[in-house]
Write a protein that binds this ligand. Structure first.
Ligand code: ADP
Ligand code: MG
Length: 253
């Protein structure tokens, strides 16, 4: 059985891309077959696993707009078992181009159905908006992981996100679940982080992952080397926690 998980939060900079790359890398390291799907025009997941965007012939845009076979867009990465459907800046036009197409919310779902059986997990890195690309992701997904940064206003904007999840459940994808809520970028030296943890746990209760991602410099360095934390610095705290998260997510089959 394969599972499609969207990593979503319309706030930028909360750790969606870092989580997509490193959760995916962690799962693959644990022997799972993983497909990353980059659906953010910034393409940070794509470059984050070492793919040179200039060399990409077909990307997620071609799947959504030009009906290109998804199999023809899939690339391998340095990590065995970790593949990616890349995104380039071309995707920035898709939001507008999709407006006039039929069943525009279902494009990604249809495409992933064709490759789903080849993978244990498909992880979709969403853009920082609740537009048609995120709707496509939530429609294709079995579940959603919501990363929340341990900062002031951590819960701000979450009601809009949860509203969007409910709308998708009601109209497009009745079996969409909340897979879990992930606390990210915790600075253990401040009381603020502890307060945010308590606040988020009060709101989401048992949906909050036991694994909490601390701030870790190695995590922020890895993308500029085109590597996941697992290959960039296996012995770092960042690698340790993302492996732990991978185990936790896998355990909730
Ligand atoms: P999003 O995809 O939600 O916009 P990113 O994953 O790109 O967020 O993270 C935003 C920035 O914070 C990036 O520069 C990333 O390298 C950095 N970052 C993310 N998680 C951590 C962490 N746990 N520790 C340190 N830096 C992090
Ligand atoms: Mg991102």
């Amino acid at each position: 059985m394969s599972k499609i998980i969207a990593i979503a939060n319309q706030k930028g900079g909360v750790g969606k891309t870092t989580t997509s790359v490193n959760l995916g890398a962690g799962m693959a390291t644990l022997g799972k077959r993983v497909l990353l799907v980059d659906i953010d025009p910034q393409g940070n997941t794509t470059s984050g696993v070492g793919v040179n965007k200039a060399d990409v012939a077909n990307c997620i845009y071609d799947i959504l707009i030009n009906e290109v076979n998804p199999q023809e867009t899939i690339l391998e990465t340095q990590i065995e078992g970790l593949h990616i459907i890349p995104a380039t800046i071309q995707l920035a036009g898709a939001e507008i181009e999709l407006v006039s197409t039929i069943s525009r919310e279902l494009k990604l779902k249809k495409a992933l159905n064709a490759v789903k059986s080849n993978y244990d997990y498909i992880i979709i890195d969403c853009p920082p908006s609740l537009g048609i690309l995120t709707i496509n992701s939530l429609t294709a997904a079995d579940s959603v992981i919501i990363p929340i940064q341990c900062e002031y206003y951590a819960l701000e904007g979450l009601s809009q996100l949860l509203n969007t999840v409910r709308l998708v459940q009601k109209n497009l994808n009745p079996h969409l679940k909340i897979e879990g809520v992930l606390l990210t970028m915790l600075d253990a030296r401040t009381n603020l982080g502890i307060q945010v943890i308590e606040e988020v746990k009060k709101y989401f209760q048992e949906k909050v992952y036991k694994t909490i991602i601390p701030r870790n410099v190695r995590l922020s360095e890895a993308p500029s080397h085109g590597q996941s934390i697992i290959t960039y610095d296996t012995r770092s705290k960042g690698a340790e926690v993302y492996l732990e998260l991978a185990k936790e997510v896998i355990s909730y089959e």
